[in-house]
Design a protein around this ligand. Structure first.
Ligand SMILES: NC(=O)C1=CN([C@@H]2O[C@H](COP(=O)(O)OP(=O)(O)OC[C@H]3O[C@@H](n4cnc5c(N)ncnc54)[C@H](OP(=O)(O)O)[C@@H]3O)[C@@H](O)[C@H]2O)C=CC1
Ligand SMILES: O=C(O)CCC(=O)C(=O)O
Length: 489
């Protein structure tokens, strides 16, 4: 990739220029597979940098709104092509920066390309409806209008897909942006932003500022010229984002944690259920908000399912995600590794039984990385921390249930409600599940993770702020509706 960015130091992008922070300081991003390796340096930005970015977005908003939806969509087609040309480099950077395996990183980057093309197409779709007026001589219609300057705060676990599924709809519907990525994924994010910049967006339309969440993130939300904020990350930070945004009366959208259940009924296809729990629970080292973390198994198949699951988990290869043959990479950071380790200890202390894994790998090949073997607990009860709190790591908790009703009750016994899945061949059971489960994503004979870019994405209860992202749902957040009534004089 051409270096509008210098070497492995990545700058902020403000008003169409790559600029250093006023702090003259950078933050080091390291490889979780090998902590000795520096992936790059990003700017440790100040409030002053952030203010420049918001001012730039504010000045650009009128012209961008007036550019029209069709023209805005055309930019996104260009970005998609540029991202596709740079897919290998960006995917490799993602693997080196946050640890997911290269095939997963390539898949995610390709998904970013597809999301861009989907929203590019939105450029040519309707932006309002004609509604018959009770006055026969009048014309009444709705017209969608952008919110203005939108703040985008994203996590590190999908450093390409999540920023794109927020930025692409925000842009096509006419908003300008200040984007603050997770520090842990900021080098990858800078490379994604470079694809946008190469498409020739007008000055100030897309601004990129890296730095500490508590400084840059909070100042962004509190900025008087910010018109809306979209956030994905932890529940703790999300709640604070909501409080600050509500205090200022701006629109906000939050996607936060999950404690996603998978029910395995007595009549399930056990091989499919095992494969789905492994993929849903352990892909990306369990670091997905949609990850399967509680597996509620009916007692008729419990022992058979458990034996097959443990057998399959034992075969998982853990290592550097850039290497062929590695199925699961390291935890994304030392702090994430310590969090997971803490939950393994808590699980044991609270009386759950560790069937397999949960061990730090310290041999020569793994000594420099944040590697943990995938863990499977049994005898887990709903009151234990490992059954209640989002771990965001490779930990599966098995819970036994004696009936479908009990399984659904246990599944719903959580403050979260993002994704839930059931494995059954009984139509009545699946219909009951679809009806009774408290989750935004309801999956039958499919893993709890896995998101379709053109379908609404989001959760119930503490998982989201009630709104949905992606597909057509994005339009609801990134626009407001004007109802226009016109009568000739
Ligand atoms: N739902 C999901 O998809 C995700 C859930 N999580 C959950 O959160 C836990 C912790 O992960 P973590 O990365 O620390 O998540 P955070 O919620 O801390 O980070 C998410 C984003 O918010 C930013 N941020 C941090 N503090 C503030 C603040 N006060 N105001 C505004 N923005 C802020 C972060 O910046 P910075 O990186 O600079 O701190 C990052 O860009 C995980 O273990 C997991 O349970 C995490 C990631 C994704
Ligand atoms: O399951 C997925 O593909 C997306 C999950 C997600 O959005 C997240 O973990 O933040």
């Amino acid at each position: 990739m051409e270096t509008t960015l210098t070497g492995n130091t990545f700058k902020n992008f403000i008003n169409n220029e790559w600029v250093e922070s006023h702090s003259q300081k950078t933050i080091k991003s390291i490889n979780p597979a090998n902590k000795e390796e520096v992936v790059g340096y990003v700017q440790s930005s100040t409030e002053e940098d952030l203010n420049h970015a918001v001012e730039a977005a504010h000045h650009a908003k009128k012209a961008w709104r007036k550019a029209g939806q069709v023209a805005r969509g055309q930019y996104l087609y260009k970005v998609a092509d540029i991202l596709e040309e740079n897919l290998d480099d960006i995917a490799e950077t993602m693997t080196r920066e946050m640890g997911k395996t290269l095939p997963e990183a390539k898949g995610e980057t390709a998904r970013g390309v597809a999301i861009l093309r989907y929203y590019a197409g939105e450029g040519m779709r309707k932006d309002g409806d004609v509604i018959p007026s009770s006055d026969k001589d009048a014309l009444m219609f709705t017209k969608r209008t952008p919110l203005g300057v939108v703040g985008v705060i994203t996590p590190w676990n999908f450093p390409v897909a999540i920023p794109i599924w927020k930025i692409a709809p925000a842009l096509v519907y006419g908003n300008t942006i200040v984007f603050k990525p997770a520090t842990e994924g900021a080098v990858t994010a800078a490379k994604v932003i470079e694809c946008f910049t190469k498409a020739g967006l007008p000055e100030g339309v897309l601004n990129f500022v890296t730095g500490s969440g508590s400084v840059i993130g909070q100042s962004l939300i509190d900025h008087e010229k910010l018109d809306a904020i979209t956030f994905t990350g932890s529940e703790t930070v999300g709640k604070n984002v909501a409080k600050s945004a509500a205090a200022r009366g701006i629109k906000f959208q939050l996607e936060m944690g999950g404690k996603n259940p998978v029910i395995v009924a007595d009549d399930a296809d056990i091989d499919s259920a095992v494969a789905a729990v492994i993929s849903g629970g352990l892909r990306s080292t369990g670091q997905k908000c949609t990850a399967s973390s509680r597996v509620i198994v009916q007692d008729g198949v419990y022992d058979y399912f458990k034996a097959k699951l443990v057998d399959a988990v034992q075969n998982i290869t853990v290592g550097d995600g850039l290497q062929e043959g590695i199925w699961m990479g390291p935890c994304a950071s030392e702090s994430q590794f310590n969090t997971v380790k803490g939950y393994i200890e808590k699980g044991k202390a609270e009386g759950a039984s560790l069937l397999y894994g949960g061990e730090q790998l310290t041999d020569e090949e793994h000594a420099n990385g944040f590697y943990m073997t995938p863990a499977v607990f049994e005898e887990v009860t709903s009151d234990m921390a490992i059954a209640r709190e989002e771990i965001f790591g490779p930990v599966i908790a098995l819970i036994k249930a004696s009936s479908l009703e009990e399984a659904i009750e246990v599944a719903n016994d959580t403050k979260y409600g993002l994704s839930a899945s059931i494995f059954t061949t009984n139509i009545n059971a699946l219909l009951e599940f679809v009806d009774d489960i408290e989750a935004g994503l309801v999956r039958v004979n499919a893993e709890s993770a896995g998101v379709e870019l053109h379908a609404p994405f989001g959760g119930m209860k503490a998982s989201s702020s009630g709104s949905r992202e992606q597909g057509e749902a994005a339009k609801e957040f990134f626009t407001e509706i004007k109802t226009v009534f016109i009568k000739g004089s």
